[in-house]
Design a binder for this molecule. Sequence first.
Ligand SMILES: [Zn+2]
Length: 105
Amino acid sequence: MSSPDKKIARCVSCEGFGWFEDESSGGSEDCDWCAGAGYVYRDGGGRDSPIPPADYTAVAAELERLELERLREMGYQGGARKPWQQAIRKDTKLGRNPYQDEGKS
Ligand SMILES: [Zn+2]
């Protein structure tokens, strides 16, 4: 599934947020580059690809570490939160736990 030369990197497009605010509508939309995850796989050649939702569970610990790092950069004090636990994302698609959708279609 994961190759040695593939690592997780912060999405360069949305800077880890996973979404953009749409100023014209006042809403938000998921980042296309990372499929809303905020992070992408970067291979040895520097190419980014979205992390497949099926991989989220496997990379959850790494994502949490990166998210904590990002929050600290922003001056956030405290523990890391999952995207769906962040109040700022409450009204976005990430405001709910994606894991709840597992096994459903
Ligand atoms: Zn992104």
